[in-house]
Design a protein around this ligand. Sequence first.
Ligand code: SAH
Ligand code: SF4
Length: 355
Amino acid sequence: MKPSVYDRTHEEWVTWMKEMGEPAFRADQVMDWLYKKRVDSFDEMSNLSKRVRESLHEAFRLDPLETLTVQESRDGTVKFLFQLHDHHAIETVIMQHNYGNSVCVTTQVGCRVGCTFCASTLGGLKRDLTTGEVVAQVLAAQKYLDRKGGSRVNSVVIMGIGEPFENYDATLSFIRVINDTHGLNIGQRHITVSTSGIVPSIYKFADEGLQVVLAISLHAPNQELRRKLMPVSRRYPLEELLEACQTYSEKTGRRLTYEYALIGGKNDQDEHAHELGQLLVGSGALVNLIPVNFVPERNYTRTSRNQIFRFQKIVESYKVNATIRREHGSDIDAACGQLRAKHMDEEEKNVPTDS
Ligand code: SAH
Ligand code: SF4
């Protein structure tokens, strides 16, 4: 199968144009057609010669993602279920904030990391997404907004299905394409990549010369509990993870965000809040507290509102900033992987446990 036009970074377009005997600015033109004018065919690229258009047509696919379902929430959240060419389903979400629209993208079909609270890992990893398949999600979201009145995608969070740092190269090229001024021009400070803590990739990412926000899925204030909830912590223990995070913020000058899903009775007690405060005191990091999303395959319960606020207060008593994440699309299947999990054949699911 031909590669997708959305796979290529600006630099790669320049190389391709050179090979065609064309000047470098043709790369700007192609990207402008794809990402600014958002055309659906090569024929519409009217400032390129017929020869170049035909060569593009021969070398690349220009096909949008196929939409299976679109759910629109009362709070403005929009959730897409897309189908890939090999029939796998993936999810993409648009969230409305007072500062604009953010889009949450998927990087893998499934996930092999196996966090016990997560629907995305049910059934394991099917395959990595290509750069183009991740880019196409943001483009599809932008085209949806174009049809609804024209607001812009302001920020992107790489927090959908999959572990982006287990699909490192595609994630990196994706960031470069959406950040490019001829691409969707989304500022690096408006791009967040969330990882369960793949330590070697955090070090590598720190050396890419980017200003992207790094979010770490922490979910426990100590190694003993973390390894139960997140098997990845057996490979990369908490202490090593925090060292890598420190390096990332020193090298990039960006402060980190730690995601902490509150799971009733597991990690949401006062003692956990104290431990979390002590762990992050003086780090300058931000803690994002997330009431755990209900996943039907799990028997986890949610933390009461009172306890969530209490937890936040305790963490903040250590001068660590803690916010409670507003829920988006609670009337639709908005938790990561839920829509896809529902779509998947029950037989495929293989539920990991936390013991
Ligand atoms: N694999 C990456 C990014 C995708 S998961 C990571 O783990 O960071 C995006 C976020 O959703 C992570 O912080 C993850 O821990 C969280 N998450 C997964 N399942 C959840 C659930 N049931 N409730 C709340 N948050 C959940
Ligand atoms: Fe994978 Fe992230 Fe889900 Fe863990 S939380 S299983 S790393 S998608």
